[in-house]
Structures are given as C-alpha cells and as structure tokens.
Design a protein around this ligand. Structure first.
Ligand SMILES: Cc1cc2nc3c(=O)[nH]c(=O)nc-3n(C[C@H](O)[C@H](O)[C@H](O)COP(=O)(O)OP(=O)(O)OC[C@H]3O[C@@H](n4cnc5c(N)ncnc54)[C@H](O)[C@@H]3O)c2cc1C
Length: 498
C-alpha cells in the first residue's frame, strides 16, 4: 500500500488480549499501533449507580446482534479502552493443570490443548505480576504449581463473609481466597460498591487499561488510537500475507499498512472481522472461524438465611473448587463456585421486575450471592456468523447436565450450612461475558485456524490473541489465561519475527 501509514505491528482491540500483548511486546522497540473502537471510560455518577448500570444499561453498547432464532438482542459486550475488563469481576485465576488435558463429561469429552500447563506456567507468573494479583496458594487442592508466589496477599473477607467461610468449611467444603486484581482501598474510597460488573474509571481495578494499555504506553514506540473501528483486514495479492487494515477513525476511512497484524477484538468480533474480510473468511481453511463458540454455563445462586444479615459491601472474596475435578463422589467434574459481587435491590430488580425495590432490599439483606460456573464444550454448530453485515450468535449450550449437577450439589451443601432457602437462575444468552473458542489454536490446520502460538496457519503475519484462541473453556474465569498466552505470543513474535 504505497503512501499509506505503515507500522510494524497493528493491534486491533485494547482488551485483555490486545493490551497485554502490547505491554509484552512494547520493550522490543517495534512501532506498535493499537486501534480501539471505543473511548476511555471516564468517571461519572453513573459509574457508581447500580440503577444506571443494571436497570438503564448506560454502559451497554448501542448495538444489536441476532440470536440463533434470528431475534435481535442487545449484547452485554463492552467497547471501551480495556474492553470487557472495564466491567469485569477482576478474578484472575489460572486454569487448572487438568484443563489442558482431555476431560470426560457425561455429555462428551473435551479435546485438550496443543500444549500443557507447564508450558504456559512462566507466563501465568508474569501475568500475575503485571496485573498485581492478590491471592494465596494453600487453600485449594486444585491449585496448579506456581513458580512464584502471588505478588500480594489476598483481599480480606468482610466480617459477614468470614462467617460464610466458616459455614462452608463446617459442611466439608474448602473455600479459598479468590485471586483478584484489585486495590481495595482505592476502590472503596471512590464509593462503597462492589466492583463486579461495575465500570472501572481508574479507581483500583487492575484491568486491561490500567495494567495493560497504560504499561504499553510508557514506551514511546506505542500509540493508542481510540474511536478507531477496524472494518476489515486487507490481504496482499498473493492471498497469504495480511497487508493491513481498513479502519474508520473519528468518521474518516483509511488504510493502515502493517508488517504484522494482531487481532484482539474479542471472540465474537474477531471471528466476525475475519469472516467479513474476504469471501469465505480469512484464516479459514479449516472452516472453523466462528465455530466452537463457548461461553460457560453460569447460574446465580442466592442462599438466604432469614435470621442472619449479610452487611457486606463487595462480598466477592471466596471460591470453591470441591466439585471441579470430580462431582465429589468420583464422578465427572461439575465446575467452579465463587461469590458474586454483592447483589443489592436495584440489581435484583432486573430479574424480579414486579417486586417493589423495598421488598427486594429486605430480601437482599439476608442473602449471600454466588456464581456457579461449568465448562461449555466446543461444538462446531455453536457459532458466530455475519448476516447482511450484522453479527449472528447462535450459541448452543452444552454440558448442561454437569451444570445442573453443580447447582444441585451446592444447593444441598448450602441447606446443610443453614440456608433454608436457595434460589437459582441461569445467566441469559444476552450476556456473552466469557465468550471464547471461535478462532482456536491447534496442531492441525484442517481443524484449527491458529497454531499453538496463535499464528494463523494461512497467514504467517496474522495472530489472534483474544479469547478466540481458547480451544476449551475450562470452568474458571478466562482473563488470566488470555493474558498469559498474550505475553507468551509477544515473546515469540519478538524472538522470531521482528
Ligand atoms: C460483567 C463481566 C464480568 C467479568 N468478570 C470476569 C472475571 O472476574 N474474571 C475474568 O477472568 N473474566 C471476567 N470477565 C470476562 C473478561 O472480561 C473477558 O474474558 C476478557 O475481557 C476477554 O478479553 P478479550 O481480549 O478477548 O476481549 P475484550 O477484553 O472484550 O477486548 C476486545 C476489545 O476489542 C475492541 N474492538 C472490538 N471490535 C473492534 C474493532 N472492529 N476495531 C477496533 N477495536 C475493536 C473492543 O472495544 C474491546 O476493547 C467478565 C466479563 C464481564 C462482561
């Protein structure tokens, strides 16, 4: 592309994958341009207001996708510098070592990864350092080997949650401190709210903006351009090398040439971008681009003890992995349980619309709020496609028996622990929070678009480093694994390509 702006590395998207990759590659001195379709998320009253966030959805995108039945919906997918991590719960947990191997469930067996836990371990350690993770290793029997301790000790339980921990222990469970990327004092100084699903406006969450983008920008060779939406990737006439990207930045359409393109627009948008860029899709010899969409099977589980008040503010400090490697009786695994951010009346109101908020307030004072999460299995028919320019997300849930088993097993323990009322509700399909798998890594170009270093088999200068690459979803939160792999790929590019 003569007379075009040219960079060494064009990074598309500044969320967990793109920002961490950029921070990892920045010391190489390569000229890196990060294109981000959103803006920085600025502070506002709404950022502390549960009604604005959950009832009025002021931070949600003005965008609709189609579901499998062709119905339009507004996705909970966030477009800001830092991507979905701006609203994340900041649980930064490693996949368990077993997650890299094939796992047998009642409804099928996962594929396993093209590399094992030990291969990724050094970059987990680096990611924990970059995101200043707070945690402790000695409480969870599923905790994999760490080559270095957590950089900081765990975020403390509030007194009400310390009592919940005791109750869980009494019924034979082994609660562990959730590893979190959070400066608690800074967060609470801004307002006494939880952080899970609340937007971070520079107030203590370790997210892809505060720890990734800002770290990358300390290097003069890195530039961030906001309000810059990539419309398609451009290919050289040989059909092999990616020439650059067509972008609409502040209303102006332009082409930017790059030696390397690193796609990190999120698992739905990256797949859509590849599919839009060329008839039949780019990087798509395998026909796998957009397929194997996974999102975790998740439910909110509310345990109510009518005589005990839960006066916690943030709540989210405990995890339970007693059903992670098996069902507790030697059967197939069920999944992970962790506390949600505190669910207050305005948040409950979004599910229980007919109830007056004051009655929900009475209820939430006595409720402890949990998140049950089970693996979603890769299915080629669960997929992202593009129809007339619009994204269609046909998510086919899988492994639901394991998830139902997890909720049931946990419900029994909660009742034994003195919570006579236990309510549960699955998270709905409009919440693609843990989206992944749509441009997966593998060893065989006929079944996977990417090699184990996230390089497209079809295009030697194209990498995809967001959650798309995950070949399986595991049953823990994905961000630390995305960050670790992004750092690993950055090292690989610095060593072999620049
Ligand atoms: C409410 C909520 C809570 C969560 N809690 C946790 C948690 O506690 N722990 C955890 O591990 N995970 C959590 N997650 C999930 C986590 O945020 C995601 O797994 C992670 O952000 C995915 O990283 P990514 O790089 O794939 O995509 P993202 O972080 O979403 O980044 C994609 C970026 O690409 C940009 N972009 C998209 N299209 C374009 C385009 N065409 N051109 C330019 N830029 C583009 C987007 O604006 C965005 O900035 C949560 C998510 C949500 C929504």
């Amino acid at each position: 592309m003569p007379n075009q702006e040219t960079v060494d590395v064009l990074v598309i998207g500044s969320g967990m994958g793109g920002a961490t990759f950029s921070a990892g590659l920045a010391p190489s001195g390569a000229k890196i341009l990060i294109l981000e379709r959103g803006e920085r998320l600025l502070d506002s009253e709404a950022a502390r207001d549960a009604r604005a966030i959950f009832q009025r959805g002021v931070f949600r995108p003005r965008e609709s996708w189609l579901d499998g039945a062709g119905q339009a919906f507004n996705p909970g997918n966030y477009y800001y510098v830092g991507g979905n991590t701006k609203l994340y719960g900041a649980v930064l947990i490693r996949n368990r070592a077993q997650d890299f191997e094939p796992i047998s469930y009642r409804e099928g067996t996962t594929t396993g990864w093209p590399f094992n836990y030990d291969e990724l371990e050094p970059w987990y350690t680096r990611a924990e350092k970059l995101f200043r993770v707070r945690g402790a290793q000695d409480f969870d029997r599923t905790e994999p080997r760490h080559s270095a301790p957590y950089p900081f000790g765990p975020v403390p339980d509030e007194p009400a949650i310390a009592k919940v921990r005791e109750r869980m222990t009494r019924v034979g469970l082994n609660p562990f401190p959730l590893p979190l990327g959070l400066d608690l004092d800074k967060w609470l100084k801004r307002a006494k709210t939880p952080w899970d699903a609340f937007p971070d406006t520079g107030c203590g969450k370790m997210d892809a903006e505060s720890c990734g983008v800002n770290e990358a920008l300390r290097h003069p060779n890195v530039e961030l351009r906001t309000n810059a939406r990539v419309e398609r990737l451009l290919v050289e006439p040989d059909g092999k090398r990616i020439a650059g990207a067509e972008v609409v930045a502040n209303g102006e359409r332009q082409k930017i040439a790059a030696r390397f393109v690193v796609l990190a627009a999120g698992a739905v948008n990256s797949a859509a971008l590849l599919l839009r860029s060329r008839e039949g899709g780019l990087a798509n010899r395998s026909d796998a681009v957009g397929r194997h969409f996974m999102n975790h099977n998740c439910s909110a589980v509310l345990s109510i003890d009518p005589v005990t008040v839960n006066d916690s503010i943030y709540q989210k400090t405990l995890g339970i992995n007693d059903f992670y490697l098996d069902d507790g009786k030697g059967g197939p695994p069920l999944g992970n349980i962790q506390l949600l951010g505190r669910v207050t009346a305005p948040i409950l109101k979004t599910s229980l619309r007919l109830a007056p908020e004051w009655t929900l307030g009475l209820m939430s004072r006595r409720t402890v709020d949990w998140y049950a999460m089970s693996e979603d299995l890769p299915n080629p028919e669960s997929r992202v496609t593009v129809e007339g320019g619009q994204i269609r997300l046909d998510w086919k849930r899988s492994n639901w028996a394991a998830h139902a088993g997890l909720v049931k097993a946990f419900r029994e323990r909660l009742r034994a622990a003195g919570y006579p009322i236990v309510l549960s509700q699955p998270f709905d399909r409009r919440t693609p929070s843990h989206q992944c798998g749509t441009v997966r890594v593998g060893l065989d170009p006929s079944t996977s678009p990417l090699d184990p270093f996230c390089r497209a088999f079809d295009h030697p200068n194209l990498f995809v480093v967001d959650a798309s690459f995950l070949p399986t979803s595991a049953a823990v939160n994905p961000s630390l694994t995305i960050a670790a792999q992004a750092l690993r790929v950055a090292d690989h590019v610095a060593k072999h390509d620049l």
